[in-house]
Ligand binder design. Sequence first.
Ligand code: GLU
Length: 493
Amino acid sequence: MFNIVRVRFAPSPTGPFHIGGARSALFNWLFARKMGGKMILRIEDTDLERSSRESEENIKAALKWLGMDWDEGVDVGGPYGPYRQTERLDLYKKYADRLLAEGQAYYCYCSDEELEKERQDLLKDGQMPRYMGKCRHISAEQIAAYKAEGRKPTVRFRVPENQQILVCDMVRGDVVFDSNGIGDFVIVKSDGIPTYNYAVVIDDALMEISHVIRAEEHLSNTPRQCLIYDALGFEKPVFGHISLILGKDHTKMSKRHGATSVDQYRQLGYLPAGIDNFLALLGWAPGGEQEIFSVAELIKEFSMERVAKNPAVFDIDKLNWINQHYMRQLDAESFFAAARPHMIDAGYMTGDESGAMLDWLKKVVLTAKEHVSYAAQIPDCVKMYFNDDVIPEDNDAAAVLQAENVATVMSLFLRGLHDIDVLDGAAVKILFKSIQKTTKLKGKDVFMPVRVALTGNQHGPELAEIIPLLGADRAEARVKSGLAKAGIPLCKE
Ligand code: GLU
């Protein structure tokens, strides 16, 4: 029995860090923190062609951004290192040599063409394709002949026959596999590089991993891994295979469903707290109705017992709803900081502003605070403050400017606007009341034309918010050009 919880996240650094990987990392991390255990970050970079340091850096940066730390692993070190598989090749060799010496593994000289032919023949025959053991018992002469041909062998694990392989899984319960369905599989490739199913066992065993929490797609690999644990007399961890993430249409989550990498969400201005909260709910079901969980609450509440077997559905609307909660919680400075890169991208600021201009930008950006789910939405939400060439957004909005009393209302509005000393929300409200009183018109007939002239839109933030931010001069210019474009003359003084 393991006496301390030790879990690991073991990504292959072969491309953008997928949101599903982040979910696996988070479940491991929450479990470790909840149980007072250790979190280990191991890099599985044995796919030499596809692995890159850049991708590894990207994964580490994303984990840190999401607030996950690790007690041992790449960068931080620890007593079970090294934590990068390509730095552990001697260990894999040592145990492969042992398996070979014990006859639990053997050299296989079959060529790719021979293996492919065997595969096709089995398929034609309606059988499961697997290695049928041709090199299990080859003679010394045959080996010499292969070597003379220049063939480089792989090392295959000798799968015992007629065995029931039991996988104890925290999520799926006991899952039993039949060893006869598994052909002897390669554990070391001809270039000396170990395969995933082999290296992962050596590492998990030597690193004394107590719980292996990972994606469901690895469940079918687990019986092979169990056989290696048994062959080497290693204690097996408890497994926990967490369900697939599906798109809203219940097909496997892919690029078609929108952003799939953590980096894309970071760039869109989602907040780590929002992503963590959302990812935790992708497969884990808290006891009650609560959906908003801080990281501290997640650590307190998380349990593998409440991780569901059925697939998790990635609902972007839910993510947006959760993230909006965290956007609203930001203080003014943090909200502005979140908006900044997006405002620069949109061309609404340069980033060099200071003084009154910076103050104005901050006020403008803050008007979006209650209305956006993530920061990239902010420029669109405040665009009306940056474009004085206002055009009614549709025919309905255009029609508002053609109503009967528009000229009178606008004239009164412009006259009143310049009489105001301190143009704030309260003053704007008083002005509209007074126009209403003078004209005896309904409130809507007074403020709607002004709104359309100023923003082009019948909906949006209150005029008491918009007008002070635009200032009297820009408000006047917009009203005048709006009326001119609509062919409506202002009333004479
Ligand atoms: N490197 C594997 C992957 O990225 C790790 C799987 C595991 O956790 O065992 O899928």
